[in-house]
Design a protein around this ligand. Structure first.
Ligand code: M6R
Length: 616
């Protein structure tokens, strides 16, 4: 949530900052703003709405030339998305400008104190208090912005990334981080700060991780880090393993379309190098030793949104392979219910961004209870994998569209790998069984490719149904989380009522929603793998059809028994039952994308949402 960029170097700061914001806009797009220092004063422009509004403003009213600047793209928390509430915020004396991601929880109290001291606050934001506090603390910090930032941060509660510049030292950018993402890009004669490496990867692939409660000071030639107690911190450098083109549309109209199309490669990359020379599964980044994994008696998956659906899919496989009970819990609920967690509970946090605050807090809670923790994550160097005991990266490459696609498929793959690894370590499967499933997984890039080759008719169905007010999704077994995922995609992109149900639950209430013409998307299990479930789903189709539903079935090639009872059949290749989510989800992604397009919505940046949810 919120994209942050800071720059100091020899280039025109405005160009660097705005191009960084373009790459970070997926993090928030309610408003945007920039500030530079020129001729001893701050020059600021900010505008409500998408970045393009700010760019138009800058075209009409150019900013002064400068080689130091900051920029922000906002997802509103405190105060509506107006010009005034857009960041940067400037201190009353006009000397300090600040941008912020997160929530300052004690802002009301701080605001009250400032007002009592006669400070006029221009906006409704929590961020503005920091600008005033920094300016008022500078004299006590002997004019040193880093020290002022340190002193102010110690007064703040909540989650924040802050980046500030000041007129007195125009070649300096100072950032601070608690519970919200911030990374440093190290260039030659220039340095960067950003919420995400995407902002600076076109300039440098050398990055530094910032830890919790740390302050970073950038000049064009130096980067130094201290903690909130003032102690010097040695930076942890890493290299970004993708280039700027990976975060561009590459000829597609939408990032979502590109990311859907990238799924065969993403799945292949998630599987690459997992089998050692001895033929055994090896997960190099798993920093948990085998003895610890053998003592596990329960697995809890914590995740949000799409990532939680990946966890639900994995539950079926991991329990089957390991005979360890697996619970899947929404991360936002986990720590508030006094969960039963201890040293023999493996807590797996699944997160594309690695920054989702609910998931991070759930992970921390689990760690506090003594549980070993494992992150399944796509973003190298992000907070969740850094704080977990072990990590399995999904290697899907940057996912920019707000709606998650390739991350979902690769999260399932990674969770399956963890399940197989547990089975290997605990001896609940023979090596040849693991080998057979790995072979099935290795077939999946080609199967997903086949789905993409045949998905065109889905677009026509989506356009035909775009006028409907509601779409229901039903499935059973691993088809149930797929139904939830299909419904989530439609809600977030097409802004329409969409619900996913376990098909067996229909008769317990949801069937009352069926009326003439309501589309019901049915994820049909294989008649070979799960014959009984196939029969039961056929019955569910009959029941909703008898009440007027229009049936859109996602069914495997050759399943002709369903054909007479459907209005449309979307065919997917024949794959083993546990692999079905990897093929049956793809048409649902296309369905939601096409329906949103037909309705004229912004697919990559749906309303009210942001890619990375860094507030609780
Ligand atoms: O970055 P994360 O995987 O932790 O994000 C979790 C959810 O916010 C995310 O999956 C969200 O539900 C997607 N926008 C759905 O498409």
């Amino acid at each position: 949530m919120c994209g942050i960029v800071g720059y100091v170097g020899d280039k025109q700061a405005l160009e660097v900052v705005v191009s960084g914001l373009r790459r970070l806009e997926y993090r928030g797009y309610d408003s945007a703003g920039v500030a530079v220092i020129a001729d001893g004063r701050l020059d600021v422009r900010k505008k409500a709405g998408k970045l393009v509004n700010l760019e138009t403003l800058l075209g009409a009213d150019p900013l002064a030339e400068s080689t130091t600047g900051i920029g922000h793209t906002r997802w509103a928390t405190h105060g509506g998305p107006t010009d005034t509430n857009a960041h940067p915020h400037v201190s009353e004396d006009g000397t300090v400008a600040v941008i912020h991601n997160g929530i300052i929880e004690n802002f009301a109290e701080l605001r009250e104190q400032l007002t009592a001291d006669g400070v006029h606050l221009a906006s409704d934001t929590d961020t503005e208090v920091v600008a005033h506090l920094l300016a008022r603390t500078l004299p006590q910090a002997a004019g040193n912005l880093t020290e002022a930032m340190r002193l102010v941060c110690r007064e703040l509660q909540g989650a924040f990334t802050l980046v500030a510049i000041m007129t007195e030292d125009p070649d300096l950018v100072v950032g601070a981080r608690r519970n919200s993402p911030l990374v440093v890009g190290v260039g030659e004669g220039e340095n960067f700060l950003a919420s995400d490496v995407a902002a600076f990867v076109e300039h440098t692939r050398n990055a530094l991780e910032l830890g919790q409660d740390q302050i970073v000071t950038l000049t064009k030639d130096a980067v130094s880090i201290i903690d909130f107690d003032g102690h010097r911190v040695e930076p942890s450098p890493y290299s970004v393993d993708w280039d700027a083109s990976a975060a561009e549309k590459g000829g597609y109209d939408l990032f979502m379309l590109k990311e859907i199309a990238e799924q065969p490669k993403a799945v292949a990359d998630a599987l690459r190098g997992r089998i050692g020379r001895d033929g055994r599964l090896q997960l190099d980044e798993m920093r948990l030793d085998d003895a610890a994994l053998r003592s596990i008696t329960k697995v809890i998956v914590v995740a949000c949104g799409t990532a939680s659906h990946a966890g639900m899919v994995a539950k079926y496989a991991v329990e089957h392979w390991t005979r360890i009970p697996v619970e899947v819990e929404l991360a936002s609920e986990f720590r508030y219910r006094d969960p039963i967690v201890g040293p023999s509970t493996l807590v797996i946090a699944i997160s594309q961004s690695g920054e989702t605050m609910d998931t991070l807090m759930a992970l921390r809670h689990a760690a506090e209870q003594g549980a070993p923790t494992l992150a399944i994550c796509n973003t190298v160097g992000s907070t969740i994998p850094r704080e977990a005991d072990a990590v399995l990266y999904t290697y899907a490459g940057p996912e920019i569209a707000v709606a998650s696609t390739k991350a979902f498929l690769t999260q399932i793959i990674a969770a399956y790998l963890v399940g197989l690894y547990l089975a290997q370590v605990r001896g609940t499967m023979f090596a040849d069984e693991i080998g057979r499933i790995m072979a099935e997984l290795n077939d999946m890039p080609q199967k997903v490719d086949l789905v993409l080759d045949t998905v065109e008719p889905v677009r026509a169905i989506a356009r035909e149904l775009a006028g409907c007010s509601s779409v229901l999704f039903i499935g059973r077994h691993v088809g149930y989380p797929v139904a939830l995922e299909g419904a989530l995609k439609l809600k977030e992109l097409a802004y329409m009522h969409a619900e996913g149900f376990a098909a067996g639950e229909l008769k317990h209430g949801p069937i009352a929603l069926i009326e003439e013409g309501v589309p019901v998307v049915v994820i049909v299990p294989s008649p070979r793998g799960r014959a009984l479930l196939h029969d039961k789903l056929l019955s569910a189709i009959q029941e909703v059809r008898a009440r007027g539903a229009r049936i859109i079935a996602v069914a495997e090639e050759g399943d002709e028994r369903i054909t007479p009872f459907t209005d449309h059949v979307i065919r997917v290749p024949i794959v083993p039952t546990l692999m079905q989510p990897l093929v049956s989800t793809v048409p649902l992604q296309v369905f939601a994308c096409e329906m949103a397009t037909a309705k004229g919505h912004d697919v990559d940046q749906p309303r009210n949402l942001a890619k990375s949810v860094t507030v609780e």
